[in-house]
Design a binder for this molecule. Structure first.
Ligand SMILES: Cc1ncc(COP(=O)(O)O)c(C=O)c1O
Length: 460
């Protein structure tokens, strides 16, 4: 059915991989994955790997779920694709109908697109045009958080705050303002590290001052603020408290600024609730969804907004009030079929509430890392956990970036049948909702072994 050597030879000759320094693969082959089942992937030699990052944070119910597979097969027999302007189809209607029941009732207008980046681009463009349509022509700017990641298209990059990914492209980015991030793990305002359990008591939200300053000074120019609620993923799995979102919602409402929650990574149960914002009292003006929307099967995204925002675009003034944005594969019926089966699983299995026990177990088992001096910080939010690997916690020393400790741990983990994808020296797990206690044990034990081996070899 496949020829591993031919695949590799063709890949080497013709393919350029994402987020990859191709020189790292000059003398190394990429893995050739041919099958997935549950939390495991299998390569062309039959070797199994725990998919600890849910295939870039999108797989929700494990690989090859029978219900989703069947939903796709059934849809294939009906309609594979049709354009979505002036046409609708039952799949798209069912997706938004089912999803509406999960979201706050004010989030009721759904715009389909293709990926996380397009979902945030759409929110930015809608927020911009909303103010234009209302005649508030000066409200054209955006505010984002330090270390934010909202995708790799030019607009999404303009509200990105990760120097490694975004600095080079500065001349291409539109002007936006960056607020200090609520980086609890390195909080300059408190001595002890943030723990999620202490979220309601320990914090006076001093970090909000930076955001407050920008918003109050620039209120007339700001169209919207965009944040990843509770968890800045690409920032290194940086977790912050719901109270930050509540303050942000209060102030943006007071100052007439729109609020965008990018739940591309945090949506669909990953943080322990269906959507991260549901752990706070804050409801945004836009929510961006992708990745888990189709349970990791097919590319599809949604930008969901409020009725008054939608109404500002409904007009006889075709030229200036229409939202001229769309993608060829908008609301693709196959992707909708996968999303429907995904949403049905959330309903029938009462996800993620029914997984509370395994989550508590994950929290408890993460504590095994506490005793190691080479672990700087441990964090967890729902099915996402992370540890920072350091030279010495006691001496507050990190490894020099040139040593690429995270990359070494990645290579070592492969020998342990584990697929990790560290962010610098942060080792994280972005687990699917169906993981068992046994999976958690195996994944954490194998990760610990890989970390210990690399740290021991690295010395001081
Ligand atoms: C919070 C967030 N927003 C947007 C994106 C971009 O999504 P995509 O890769 O589907 O464009 C990502 C991807 O990791 C993300 O984590």
């Amino acid at each position: 059915m496949y020829d591993k050597e031919r695949t590799l030879a063709t890949d080497r000759r013709l393919i350029w991989h994402p987020y990859t320094q191709m020189k790292d693969y000059a003398d190394r082959d990429p893995l050739v994955m041919v099958r997935g089942e549950g939390v495991k992937l299998y390569d062309a030699d039959g070797t199994e790997y725990y998919d600890t990052l849910s295939s870039w944070w999108c797989n929700v119910h494990g690989h090859g779920h029978p219900d989703i597979n069947q939903g796709l097969i059934d849809q294939l027999g009906r309609l594979e694709h049709v354009h979505f302007a002036g046409i609708t189809h039952p799949g798209a209607a069912e997706v938004v109908d089912r999803l509406s029941a999960f979201l706050h009732p004010s989030l009721c207008r759904h715009f389909f697109s293709d990926s996380g980046a397009t979902s945030t681009e759409v929110a930015l463009k809608m927020a911009f045009q909303y103010w234009q349509n209302l005649g508030q022509k000066k409200k054209t700017r955006f505010v984002f958080l330090e270390n934010a990641y909202h995708g790799d298209t030019a607009g999404a990059m303009s509200v990105g705050g990760i120097a490694l990914y975004h600095k080079l492209y500065a001349p291409l980015r539109f002007k936006s303002w960056q607020a200090a991030s609520p980086q609890c793990r390195t909080c300059p305002h408190r001595k002890s590290a943030f723990t999620y359990a202490a979220r309601d008591t320990a914090c006076a939200l001093e970090c909000f001052q930076s955001m407050e300053k920008i918003l109050t000074r620039r209120r007339r120019e700001i169209a919207a603020v965009i944040v990843e609620p509770l968890l800045q993923g690409a920032a290194g799995i940086s977790v912050y408290p719901p109270a930050y979102l509540e303050r942000l919602r209060e102030l943006t409402r007071e100052l007439d600024i729109l609020l965008i929650f990018d739940e591309v990574a945090t949506g669909f149960g990953r943080t322990g609730t269906r959507f991260a914002y549901q752990q706070s009292g804050a409801v945004p003006d836009f929510i961006c969804l992708a990745k888990g929307l189709t349970a990791g099967y097919l590319p599809m995204a949604l930008t969901v907004t409020r009725e008054p925002i939608y109404q500002a675009f409904v007009s006889d003034d075709l030229a200036s009030k229409t939202f001229f944005h769309g993608h060829t594969y908008t609301a693709n019926p196959l992707a909708c079929a996968a999303a429907i089966e995904n949403l049905k699983l959330f309903e029938t299995q009462d996800l993620p509430a029914s997984r509370a026990k395994v989550l508590a177990y994950f929290s408890q088992r993460l504590r095994q890392f506490e005793s190691f001096d080479f672990i700087g910080d441990i964090r967890q939010l729902g099915f996402v956990g992370a540890v920072d690997v350091v030279k010495s916690r006691a001496a507050k020393k990190r490894f020099e970036p040139a040593r690429r400790i995270g990359w070494q741990i990645y290579l070592q983990s492969l020998r342990n049948n584990l697929l990790l994808r560290p962010l610098d020296d942060t080792i994280y797990w972005f687990l699917p909702l169906m993981v068992t206690k046994e999976d958690v044990d195996a994944i954490l034990a194998k990760s610990r072994e890989a970390i210990q081996t690399v740290v021991a070899a690295a010395g001081k």
